[in-house]
Design a protein around this ligand. Sequence first.
Ligand code: SF4
Length: 431
Amino acid sequence: MGLVHQVFNEENLSPLKGHLAIGHNRYSTTGGSHLRNAQPYLIETMYGPLGVGHNGNLTNALELRRTLLERGVGLISSSDSEVITQMLAAPPPGAAPGKPDWEARLTNFIDLAEGAYSLVILTRDAVYAVRDPLGLRPLCIGRIPANGHPAGYVVASESCALGTIDADYVREVEPGEIVRLDADGVHSVRTADQPPVSRAFCIFEYVYFARPDSVIENQTVHRVRQRLGEALAREAPADADIVVGVPDSATPAAIGYAIASGLTYTEGLTKNRYIGRTFIQPDDRLRRAGVHLKYNPLRANLEGKRVVLVDDSIVRGTTAGPLVRLLREGGAAEVHVRVSSPPVRHPCFMGIDMARGEELIGHSRTVEEICEHIGADSLAYLSHDGMVRAVQAGIDGASGHCSACFTGNYPIKLEEYWTSKEKLVFEGVWG
Ligand code: SF4
């Protein structure tokens, strides 16, 4: 439990030997933050060890879990990722006994599972990388160049991870694809089965979640955020002197806003880089305190200025209000908030744990009410069409994106139990 640097060190990493490995940084979207829900799951099967790391959220996990329990499979956690592991532990119906059949098991899993899953799977001889047919969450392949050793291959959620180990970006795992990485290299053992237009890659990854130096759908996230800011400036100009971004995630959008508006871009908030992202902290009190720990106003740049404050999104509204106050305390004469995405009005059930429906400030309040709540002089959001256009402008050919947290149009049919209990749906068994 804890951050990577709190858990791993030279001493406990150096005994790990081998040529295949998987790891996972869990950010809970089904099941609470407990050690029993930590990944990767590792079990023993007929054909040796099986390890599973999962980014995403299965939306039919209740049915799949019930099927396993009816078969007599015991489960020790409240995570949907353990359900995936146990589904892969058994051969599919009609499978011939006697030889490892991971690809048939994975294909069977894809046929039965609904929702978001980018998977890394460790077996005795290979690592498999699998992405759900809608391609909701990212997953990419990199190559570690031969350097006195045989070349290696690696998969990661985001391409920004590749550079840290000197790997070169190769390509994305396609939606619905199964890729096998073994001693002979990379092989696609099941190819994509969705035309690009019916895919549903999460547009919120572009807005906020992904790192700006990652490449997704062959475009750099930073460049997309800049385009979002440019579109925002065209749609929602402000009578102001300077443009300030909420660091770091809104910086590219603020630069884009400044370029398109002709206003001066400057820093107005200094960020303490050792405090984590605020929207995923577990309660509102910590989240509010987090804003004050995390940012300081830069008076030298703000004094007497009419400020456009660009943020990438407003989720609960607990950050925007304190930021507006901080800018005023720092000397800003006016604060006009501009948001490079539409109001977040609906929860996500596909792997982003942003908030329950009623916790979202956009769920039940108008833009005017939100403006009053955060104490801004004016507030405007980028339109949904403007956001989609800005994202898709850099993609060659057809593409499809999920934007359900803005529109309520989910790409997957959702059962009632998800929309009522959300991520703690399996916690009851633990009392
Ligand atoms: S609902 Fe929003 S956060 Fe969730 S997958 Fe869709 S776009 Fe992403």
